[in-house]
Design a protein around this ligand. Structure first.
Ligand code: FMN
Ligand code: SF4
Ligand code: SF4
Length: 267
């Protein structure tokens, strides 16, 4: 079984492609999984697919790993992870392995796939140029095939395999910046909507946590998004808006938008 979390479609695309290659069922992580939701699976492997956030495992994914109630019907499964990143992953592999082992589960392979960057919510960070986006997407197909082969090899050889881009200063990024980022830079309270909102509701429909509700404005004519507190910081709402009407603390002024092209056509 493949369990995925995705804001702008990169990880979803990787999950769907892997499910075809490996003939695995695929399922999106849901908020209930954090609080003991039971998932019955007859599978011998679980593949976690998710994006890298601030050189670590997204807090939402950590909560799903901690809370999910996996009921295996047959043999004890082996857990693998496939992470998507714009550039590098820090020590996210160690974070994921520790969380999996804490549940008493066995960990196998963890691999990264470099995909177009979607992080725009801080000064100095923007989506990739069109050229770089195209190059990353073109390279990703062969990489996903390699990921699938490596997972099979890992199971055959019964050895752990780590094949991710750690990047420079990995320890500082994961151990120092990640906790700071989680605490101060991911909150939904910094989202706002501009006058150009056309009330289409696409942001609310796409939110993987159901954290956006469409509320009537003062005139009572139009509905606009309102953000609740349960946010994974995925930026999917920002990138999905067809008129670029969502802002994150002005840090997104003049920034680009990105949705994985394979997934965008189905939204
Ligand atoms: C909150 C946040 C933090 C991110 N931090 C990193 C990072 O530390 N390293 C990196 O390479 N990419 C980072 N990214 C980029 C994403 O990991 C990358 O674009 C990923 O493929 C997005 O996956 P998705 O389309 O499935 O949401 C970050 C994105 C977000 C939204
Ligand atoms: S509110 Fe926006 S950033 Fe937060 S989880 Fe929903 S789509 Fe993602
Ligand atoms: S996606 Fe954009 S235009 Fe549509 S409701 Fe949300 S903010 Fe408004």
């Amino acid at each position: 079984m493949i369990l995925y979390f995705s804001g702008t479609g990169n990880s979803k695309h990787v999950a769907l492609t892997l499910s075809k290659i490996l003939d695995e069922k695929v399922m999106a992580m849901t908020p209930d999984m954090r609080s003991g939701m039971q998932i019955q699976h007859p599978d011998t492997r679980i593949i976690w697919v998710f994006p890298i956030y601030s050189w670590g495992v997204p807090p939402y994914v950590m909560d799903v790993i901690k809370g999910i109630n996996l009921i295996d019907k047959s043999s004890v499964p082996i857990h693998h992870a496939v992470v998507t990143c714009g550039d590098d992953c820090g020590l996210a592999d160690r974070m994921w392995r520790r969380a999996i082992n804490k549940r008493g589960w066995s960990d196998g392979a963890i691999l990264s796939v470099q995909m177009p960057n979607n992080y725009v919510a801080m000064m100095g960070f923007d989506v990739d140029s069109k050229e770089l986006e195209t190059e990353k997407l073109a390279n990703s197909s062969a990489r996903i095939t390699h990921v699938a082969e490596t997972i099979l090899e890992c199971e055959k050889s019964e050895t752990r395999i780590t094949d991710i881009v750690h990047g420079n200063y990995a320890w500082i990024k994961t151990r120092v910046i990640y906790p700071w980022f989680k605490r101060y830079a991911m909150g939904p309270e910094k989202f706002s909507v501009t006058e150009s909102c056309i009330s289409c509701g696409k942001c609310a429909d796409m939110c993987p946590l159901g954290n956006i509700s469409m509320k009537k404005d003062n005139s009572g004519d139009k509905r606009h998004p309102e953000w609740g507190k349960d946010c994974a910081g995925c930026l999917g709402c920002y990138h999905t808006c067809p008129v670029h009407a969502i802002d994150y603390a002005h840090a997104t002024n003049g920034k680009g938008q990105y949705l994985n092209p394979q997934i965008r056509q189905n939204r």
